[in-house]
Design a protein around this ligand. Structure first.
Ligand SMILES: [Zn+2]
Length: 410
């Protein structure tokens, strides 16, 4: 028993050290898994102590060697889906189908956005995330043309989806069915972008230095008009922006305000806005999100974000276990096994072979209650809440404090 306890302590220490290393080197995407392992190792240790006090031994399934007991407890084939989907570099053959939900789904027959178009440039090419449903590609090109017509030099396009959609090794909870796209608020620069600039150009927040409101010097009427253009598009279900950006949009005077309903406040999203398209025709397995609540989402509907509630972590919240392939739609499991339609080499970031820095994966704060309605209810919303979280949430801060600028918004 003492030797077994020693092994458990050693395992626990190893896991704790690994967790610390993961946090230090910024590979925060590993943290939830390691945290869960740490908790599991701690539980095993506590259980061993309890049994020692009670003079009993842990039960071992008959016929299995004792050291196999913990392995036997793990469900078979529970590899995180993000690793599997992140390792596939090419799409399957057309036709295109969005399968499943925005945060639990995949994409068959994906199309790729050009790295450069007349009015857009795609960023962070090394991530291989400029895949999407053709309707998403068409939307991006149309929005870029509208930006050019509105006095901007075009748009910078951030992450869309992986070649087969699915969860990503770092950065987003959604973007899984080829219908989500991140657009930088900052317009495309006049000068052509070098490959290095595409990888390293800094995100530009639209908030003031204190993080307490949108900065009108940065969040100009041209950029606000671009966000309105996106939210007014009939293909679009939602546009996620930081609550302060939503407030700025609400405070502007517009001839018609119906589009504001589609602009939804969410954590992060101060240097990019996230556009989510509706399920397109020809994708019967695409799971739609319920329409945004009625109204503009301004005024009292926005008040919730100016209370401590959305910025206060729930101490009872448990870290989510990573999505496994087994918990995804069966068609997504088949999609993973299908051959690639085209072979796509993944470019390494210039000057390095290391993966790009991920966003920290701090435990998500509680989601806002139903998007303006029933705000007293802290259950994450089925409309805009955790289940539909557009991106990883930014670290929560108390109200009144500067809102954090995500170190690597997606
Ligand atoms: Zn996004």
């Amino acid at each position: 028993m003492r030797r077994a306890g020693g092994r458990l302590i050693a395992a626990l220490l190893t896991t704790l050290l690994a967790t610390g290393a993961a946090a230090r080197d910024g590979r925060g995407e590993n943290t939830p898994r390691l945290t869960a392992e740490t908790a599991a190792a701690g539980a095993v240790l506590a259980d061993a102590r309890r049994r020692k006090r009670a003079g009993t031994r842990a039960k071992v399934p008959p016929g299995k060697p004792r050291r196999k007991a913990r392995e036997a407890a793990a469900p078979a084939g529970s590899a995180p889906a993000k690793a599997r989907f992140g390792a596939v570099h090419g799409p399957t053959a057309p036709p295109t189908r969005a399968i499943g939900g925005y945060s639990r789904g995949c994409l068959a027959g994906a199309a790729q956005l050009a790295a450069d178009g007349p009015h857009h440039s795609a960023m962070r090419l090394s991530r291989n995330r400029r895949w999407g449903h053709p309707e998403t590609i068409a939307f991006v090109e149309d929005l870029a043309a509208a930006a050019a017509g509105g006095g901007l030099n075009g748009i910078l396009v951030g992450d869309m989806s992986q070649p087969r959609g699915g969860p990503m090794p770092f950065g987003h909870a959604s973007h899984q069915v080829g219908l989500d796209v991140d657009i930088w608020f900052a317009a495309r620069p006049e000068a052509p972008l070098s490959p290095e600039a595409r990888e390293t150009m800094d995100f530009v927040t639209m908030l003031n230095a204190a993080g307490t409101a949108a900065d009108p010097e940065r969040f100009t009427p041209h950029i606000a008009a671009l966000v309105r253009e996106a939210a007014s598009d009939p293909r679009v279900e939602r546009v996620f922006v930081h609550p302060h950006i939503k407030k700025a949009m609400c405070d502007m005077s517009w001839p018609r305000r119906g589009f504001l309903r589609h602009i939804r406040p969410w954590y992060g999203h101060d240097s990019h806005f996230h556009v989510r398209l509706k399920c397109p025709a020809g994708s019967p397995a695409c799971e739609p999100q319920s329409p945004p609540p009625k109204g503009t989402g301004c005024g009292t509907q926005l008040d919730y974000w100016y209370t401590p509630a959305p910025w206060t972590p729930d101490p009872k919240a448990k870290p989510k276990s990573p999505l496994t392939v087994e918990r995804m739609p069966p068609a997504c499991r088949e999609l993973l096994a299908a051959p690639s339609h085209v072979s796509v080499p993944t470019p390494a970031p210039p000057g390095t072979t290391a993966p790009p820095a991920p966003e920290p994966m701090s435990a998500a704060p509680p989601g806002p209650a139903t998007d303006g309605a029933a705000l007293a209810n802290r259950t994450p919303s089925a409309t805009d809440g955790a289940a539909a979280a557009p991106d990883q949430a930014a670290a929560p801060v108390p109200t009144g404090q500067p809102t954090p600028v995500p170190p690597s918004p997606q």
